[in-house]
Design a protein around this ligand. Structure first.
Ligand SMILES: Cc1cc2nc3c(=O)[nH]c(=O)nc-3n(C[C@H](O)[C@H](O)[C@H](O)COP(=O)(O)OP(=O)(O)OC[C@H]3O[C@@H](n4cnc5c(N)ncnc54)[C@H](O)[C@@H]3O)c2cc1C
Length: 507
């Protein structure tokens, strides 16, 4: 999903190529006055009240290299902010992990007190499940190390890395792996849930490019997972989300990409909606793997249009002249209102370093998603009809090729990510300011989605919270029973429950 061309200045890129250690990690000294309140009220995974004594919290704090924060402590309020402003949660404790040792200690502490536990990588989920009320947040965002091996075409990255940061480091060597489309998304949540993006049709999903991972399991052990070691766990990590443990290191395969690609958007007035969406779908269906399309109906306030506009984004990572030739048929759509489709660096196509945030932090966001096998005329008619009278909060409907091609040639049971037949993701995006209209806007977005959902089969767990077990079973298809077996083996008490949750058989 990448349907607003206003980009943002990426957060400072602090990770250093050549060293898999955080360049800047936090000292063990508390940020505030350090006084631990008498006791801290918390809650367990099942919602029970838990009281944490001052001495337990003190010992926990002393065991960490990173900070431990609680309500009233300086830094707590900024540390609990999520990108999605819909959520205003107050964890009992936030462990800002400086390394794997901190992650192990955080898991051990949470286990010994039965605490509800949330895991945060980049903190960029729509679902808000990387934050919790009354529990412990294992905050991995300080873990920013990246190491690129240009000779072996591999990169290792820690879980606090954002995808713009990884792209930045790998592009220094003309390399990249498939990541998502918005640079301030975390690589951790993205990769574990699948990882759809502009390179997926050429090189597979992000999870298909994962070569190995270090994982802290629910019993506080550190395991290495790869095709050779703990292959069952490795299978589950590639699409099964955060269900099986906390990943503290991701090892990716890299590919030659760029430095220049043909990429950008063309936006037209809404009266061309049907012809634009149809032309893009026809071209996309037969495009080579190097091509990526995202076709959308979108509110475009920066173009001073009152309602929706229609448009598409393309990204071609092959030979530039061939890309231009392939896009030639779209010239028949006439003169766009906005046109940024041109040769540019892959980093620019990924939005790294762009001036305005496409999705500014702190607004309230809601999304629905569903996988498509092809785009029918009926669906295009429905998108056009629903955009015409969409509720104010709905800002875009789009179908995009974050999968298909090489990602579609992976067998459905080769990784936990099952939806290999799908070649588009259909998404609805809603956004608004403040939290007072959360319920009204979510209800309106769901009502609109109910008209589109029948066209889809399965959904992308990274774009929704996945609380509906039946929907989750549909999306994981024949892989679901194997995921439950894995959950029984690695997390039988459902310690990692704040995710698109695969319930162990015993819970
Ligand atoms: C604006 C926007 C655009 C997006 N575009 C795309 C896109 O183009 N392609 C795509 O594939 N996805 C996209 N996504 C979805 C994105 O992949 C998910 O939101 C993903 O969860 C973000 O990862 P994060 O680490 O930032 O999330 P967080 O909020 O930190 O974590 C989300 C969940 O992931 C799990 N998790 C995080 N880190 C770890 C870890 N180290 N170990 C174990 N579990 C962990 C936890 O269950 C957590 O609840 C987009 C999301 C947004 C908000």
């Amino acid at each position: 999903m990448s349907i607003d061309r206003r980009r943002f200045v990426n957060a400072a890129l602090t990770a250093a190529t050549g060293a898999l250690v955080p360049v800047r990690y936090l000292s063990a000294q508390p940020a505030g006055n350090g006084a631990i309140p008498g006791e801290i009220a918390a809650r367990s995974g099942s919602g029970r009240s838990v009281t944490l004594t001052a001495s337990a919290v003190k010992d926990f704090r002393a065991s960490l290299r990173g900070e431990l924060l609680w309500a009233g402590e300086s830094g707590y309020d900024s540390a609990r902010q999520l990108w999605n402003g819909s959520f205003d949660r107050h964890p009992a404790l936030i462990a800002r992990c400086a390394g794997t040792a901190d992650v192990i200690r955080a898991v051990q502490f949470a286990r010994s007190h039965g605490l509800l536990t949330a895991v945060r990588g980049g903190g960029h989920s729509f679902s808000g499940q990387s934050e919790c009320d009354g529990g412990l947040v294992v905050d991995l965002s300080p873990m920013k190390g990246i190491r690129v091996d240009p000779v072996r075409r591999q990169a290792a990255a820690q879980p606090g890395v954002l995808l713009g940061e990884l792209d930045w480091e790998t592009q220094a060597f003309g390399l990249a792996t498939t990541l998502g489309t918005i640079p301030n998304t975390g690589i951790a949540g993205l990769t574990l849930g699948g990882g759809l993006g502009r390179l997926a049709r050429k090189y597979g999903l992000a999870c298909d490019n994962l070569r190995s991972a270090d994982v802290v399991t629910a019993d506080g052990r550190l395991l290495h997972a790869s095709e050779q070691e703990n292959p069952d766990l490795f299978w589950g990590l590639r699409g099964g989300g955060g269900n099986f443990g906390i990943v503290t290191r991701f090892d990716y395969l890299l590919h030659p990409v760029g430095p220049r690609v043909l990429a950008g958007d063309r936006i037209y007035t809404f009266r061309h909606a049907r012809s634009v969406l149809t032309a893009v779908a026809e071209l996309a269906d037969h495009a080579p793997d190097e091509m990526y399309f995202d076709a959308y109906a979108i509110r475009a306030p920066n173009l001073a249009l009152p309602g929706f506009a229609v448009g598409f984004e393309a990204c071609y990572c092959g030979e530039l002249r061939e890309g231009e030739r392939l896009l030639e048929p779209l010239k028949k759509l006439g003169k766009p209102l906005f046109d940024s489709l041109s040769a540019k660096t892959y980093l620019a196509a990924q939005g790294v370093g762009a001036k305005n945030p496409a999705y500014p932090a702190g607004r309230s966001y809601y999304t629905k998603s569903g996988f498509l096998v092809g785009v029918s005329t009926g669906l295009i008619d429905e998108i056009v009809r629903r955009s015409e009278d969409a509720p104010r909060a709905v800002r875009a409907l789009d179908f995009w090729q974050g999968l298909g091609g090489a990602a579609g040639r992976v067998k459905p049971d080769a990784t936990a990510f099952w939806n290999r037949q799908a070649n588009y993701s259909l998404d609805l995006e809603a956004a608004w300011d403040g939290r007072s209209r959360n319920a009204v806007n979510v209800k309106a977005a769901r009502a609109l989605w109910s008209e589109l959902e029948p066209f889809t089969r399965g959904y992308y767990t990274n774009l929704e919270s996945g609380t509906d077990e039946q929907r989750l079973r549909t999306t994981y298809g024949d892989n679901y029973p194997r995921l439950v077996q894995l959950k029984d083996k690695y997390d039988p008490t459902n310690f990692f429950r704040l995710n698109a949750n695969i319930k162990p058989a015993s819970v």
